[in-house]
Design a protein around this ligand. Structure first.
Ligand code: ATP
Length: 570
């Protein structure tokens, strides 16, 4: 194994100070990372890679960071590469002078288009050597690819990919393809990238002393970048601010911006009411219904423009034109701008009742027209993060609640405040939980009110606890698992899969870890149906980012594509 210390000299030798950073540098760094498994070593490699970029051409840092995050833009901009395997196969075939069917059959053998690209390039000789790829060139081309739309866009995308592939050398084709497929998966998450960015900045700013009281500047810097990014998840803003104002000023130079979603605060699970009363013994807390709908962060700008963001910071405005049209009706006239944290829940306005999540999920996702809407939603507001030009994230929940209640008026079935109870009586909370469940809610969320009660973006915080009916009746929670392999059925199940290996995605290590084998609980027709859909996902061998016991010998492996709900729920 190469140690991170080997990294710097070899890589820096790739280019002169002031020149654009070669894409090869990034690809070699990816290669180095893919041979490691430890988070600390990987963070060191990424940190060294970023330090080197800052040191030679700081301008390239934004592009390097985006590529390492395998993104072309912040989630809320909704810009995606949008390339299917078919376009990549076409581009690859044309770039390498092969037929599509040759590429396809090699893909079948190797199970990874990146490896196919790698093998194809190494057997190619060039008449004229194209200019070497740079990090900026690749990133700019990716953005152009993402922006292609309309007629012939697939053809144009393919031609751009082809031009990149023709210029790619060494291990570049493999990483180009993986980036294009948005399947970089070399074992590091965005959180590791953010930590490494903070650490790289500390090394870069050795002349500027950290503020007093900081024991470990590297750890503190990692924390600052993660925190800032959860409030302003836009590399185009955070990276330049880091370069000009430095790491120790970053929290001041980057702040909450209306129109850019913050990462939503999340809750930790608990097992029962007694545990809550125990945990929050000397603290005031509020219990709220946990609605089963879709998280929404509604941004209302002074010019009346409304944007709605999902739990993953994606722009959901086009999905809820009814909410966009109605929202200004519920605000008081003194309110000029705000950010609401709320749950959008399917609602029957005739029967005056909440409908289950399954009904909400039948709504179309994009470009919805108000007159076509069949499922109404009610906004259940539980928090306010910004009001009339003032961010409220640092305020205690008690203050935020007061602002929320003072700024809006309820309208039954359209806009309501989350039903809440302030009590520390066990029986009362238990009865409140029962009422929540009887009204089609998932359970309760319990939140600290005036101590440790600031809004913590992107955090699964101990200051928000969730209590679900399911926790008390069965295992802790429902699990989102992905089938990564299967075993052929026998007897009555001959001809389709009889059992599946299910995995859980670990985003810190970017791998799918097998968690259980499941073969019961399916009806024969369910098994037949699942087998048919999964048969199209078979790959020749397990992916490098699958983790499973050595004793596990499934008959077929799948591309990790679908999350299956447990049979009882599906
Ligand atoms: P699950 O899949 O069990 O909902 P999760 O990880 O998606 O888990 P949790 O941390 O369990 O999310 O719970 C927070 C979610 O609950 C929020 O994202 C939001 O969508 C929903 N929610 C419903 N009611 C409330 C409420 N009153 N306060 C905060 N979140 C609420």
């Amino acid at each position: 194994k190469k140690k991170p210390a080997d990294f710097d000299p070899k890589m820096v030798a790739c280019w002169e100070k002031g020149e654009r950073v070669p894409f090869l540098f990034l690809s070699l760094a990816f290669d180095l990372i893919s041979n490691e498994t430890g988070r600390i070593v990987i963070t060191d490699i990424v940190c060294n890679m970023l330090r080197t970029v800052i040191d030679t051409t700081p301008d390239d840092l934004v592009a390097a960071v985006y590529l390492a995050a395998n993104k072309v833009a912040p989630a809320h901009e909704g810009l995606e590469l949008g390339i299917g395997d078919a376009s990549i196969i076409k581009a690859l075939a044309e770039a390498c002078g092969r037929t599509e069917s040759q590429v396809k059959s090699q893909y079948k053998d190797k199970g990874d288009l990146g490896l196919v690209a790698q093998a194809s390039r190494s057997s190619q000789s060039m008449m004229r050597k194209p200019d070497p790829l740079t990090v900026v060139k690749v990133f700019d081309t990716f953005r152009l690819i993402a922006k292609e739309s309309g007629k012939d866009s697939q053809e144009k995308k393919k031609n751009r990919i082809k031009a990149l592939l023709v210029a790619a050398t060494d291990c570049e084709p493999q990483y180009l393809i993986r980036l294009l497929q948005t399947k970089l998966r070399i074992g590091f998450s965005e959180q590791t990238l953010l930590a490494a960015l903070g650490q790289a900045a500390v090394h870069n700013e050795q002349h500027s002393k950290p503020p007093p009281n900081i024991q470990s500047p590297l750890e503190e810097a990692a924390k600052i970048v993660k925190q800032v990014f959860s409030i302003l998840p836009v590399y185009d803003k955070v990276v330049p601010a880091l370069l000009t104002g430095g790491i120790w000023n970053l929290s001041k130079t980057c702040s909450f911006t209306l129109g850019i979603p913050v990462g939503p605060m999340l809750a930790k699970p608990t097992k029962g009411v007694a545990e809550i009363v125990n945990k929050f013994q000397d603290i005031d807390f509020i219990c709220e219904y946990k609605y089963d709908g879709e998280r929404a962060q509604i941004h209302y700008m002074e010019n009346g423009i409304v944007e709605i963001y999902s739990r993953n910071a994606e722009r959901n405005t086009g999905k809820f034109p009814d909410v966009v049209a109605a929202i200004s009706r519920f605000k008081k006239s003194s309110v000029k701008s705000f950010v609401l944290d709320c749950e959008l829940v399917a609602y029957d306005r005739v029967q005056k009742k909440i409908l289950p999540f399954q009904i909400l999920s039948t709504r179309a996702r994009k470009n919805v027209v108000v007159s076509d809407i069949k499922v109404d939603v009610c906004i259940f507001a539980f928090d306010i993060l910004y009001l009339n030009g003032q961010p409220l994230l640092q305020e205690q929940l008690k203050v935020r609640k007061e602002r929320l209640y003072d700024s809006f008026e309820e309208e039954a079935g359209f806009y309501q405040f989350a039903t809440a109870l302030t009590s520390n009586e066990l029986e009362e909370i238990q009865a409140f939980l029962d009422s929540a469940v009887s009204l089609s809610c998932e359970g309760l969320i319990i939140k600290t009110l005036d101590r440790d009660a600031t809004y913590e973006p992107s955090k699964r915080s101990l200051n928000w606890l969730k209590l679900k009916k399911d926790y008390m009746e069965s295992i802790g929670d429902t699990l989102d698992l992905v089938p990564i392999a299967a075993f052929h059925g026998r007897g009555k199940r001959t001809g389709f899969y009889g059992a599946f290996l299910l995995a859980c995605y670990d985003d810190r290590n970017e791998e799918f870890q097998s968690i259980c084998k499941i073969g019961t609980g399916f009806t024969e027709s369910e098994l037949e149906e699942r087998s048919a859909s999964l048969r199209t996902k078979v790959i020749p061998e397990p992916k490098s980012y699958y983790r499973y016991g050595e004793m596990m010998k499934p008959d077929v492996w799948f591309e990790a594509t679908e999350v299956k709900l447990p049979p009882l729920l599906s």
